[in-house]
Design a protein around this ligand. Sequence first.
Ligand SMILES: Cc1cc2nc3c(=O)[nH]c(=O)nc-3n(C[C@H](O)[C@H](O)[C@H](O)COP(=O)(O)OP(=O)(O)OC[C@H]3O[C@@H](n4cnc5c(N)ncnc54)[C@H](O)[C@@H]3O)c2cc1C
Length: 347
Amino acid sequence: MLIQENVALAPLTTMGVGGPARYFVEATSTDEVREAVRYADAHRLPLFILGGGSNLIVSDRGWPGLVLKMAILGINHRHGRGTAYFDAGAGEEWDGFVAATVAHNCAGVECLSGIPGSIGGTPVQNVGAYGQEVAETIDSLVALDLKSGEEQEFDKEDCGFAYRTSVFNTRQRGRYVILRVTFALKHDGEPKMAYRDLQKYFSNRGSARTLANVREAVRQIRASKSMLITPGDEDARSAGSFFKNPVVSAKQFEELKRRAASQNLAIPRYPALDAQKKVPAAWLVEHSGFSKGYGNGAVGISRKHALAIVNRGRATAAEIVAFSDEIRRRVQESWGIQLEPEPVFVG
Ligand SMILES: Cc1cc2nc3c(=O)[nH]c(=O)nc-3n(C[C@H](O)[C@H](O)[C@H](O)COP(=O)(O)OP(=O)(O)OC[C@H]3O[C@@H](n4cnc5c(N)ncnc54)[C@H](O)[C@@H]3O)c2cc1C
């Protein structure tokens, strides 16, 4: 196992900002993960687990300890009665895994096509898009407990999944290294067509609603919003949505409606968000003075998606954080709502 020094982290993230890792190691097996953890313990180094780097803002100073790049690979699958179980190494690329499940005609993650990052990153924030979340299909996972040094199996219920959260980014943040994840998918199942954008795509084209076509549709819709990492697309140099959709109380929603009405505006309603008492963060951002394409320095808002803060080249982490703070302040002033960032801030 090779421990490297002063490794630049910016190129290992989709946002492309931040300083170096003081020490850096790639772990391709559980034994290598254990060895890296022992190294960090012995040298009293703070440990950070890096997946695909698609949900990170790394500080300009970098990470003062050891960065462990998760690189455990391998996908196996077995069939039960109508259910197909897929075990995947945490270092596998997520979208390649989705492609494999669709190729085996298994339903359950097709709407999550095109999300960047690793298998191990998906349970952390319970990745979701187009009406699906990994919480619906994760059967169990195995993680190394950094406190006890033991491997621990988590059933879905142990993971504490909710909107963009799990125990791994809340109560137990930093305690576990996810090694493998098992998904339970439906063999020959129907694709999920809950989202309006997807329904529109199919009614415009009249193509068959197969898993493969839904995967392709999701990828095309994502590409049109720069939510697919496409070489040369500057608006995709982001960490995805920068803010979560805020969950509001009935009282807060009434206040929001009142403020909107005083400006002759109406808060858009989406059934999926309504059901969870969420309001669209993108609308709040756009109606606080930050339209798509805003900003002409190194940092701005994507021209195709109001929730994506993009690095337009040579931005620093400090500039990104200052810009996101400005958006949060303006949304708070205009609408009385505190936006919560979605990416993880490192160092
Ligand atoms: C263009 C774009 C579009 C996106 N679209 C979506 C979307 O539609 N829906 C959505 O939910 N997200 C989206 N994201 C965010 C991101 O892709 C997901 O959150 C992804 O699952 C992060 O995985 P990662 O491997 O890149 O994790 P990283 O960014 O490397 O890490 C994120 C966090 O997870 C932890 N982590 C990663 N791997 C492990 C592991 N093996 N064990 C323990 N902890 C680990 C890290 O320590 C860190 O705290 C998007 C991002 C981009 C850039």
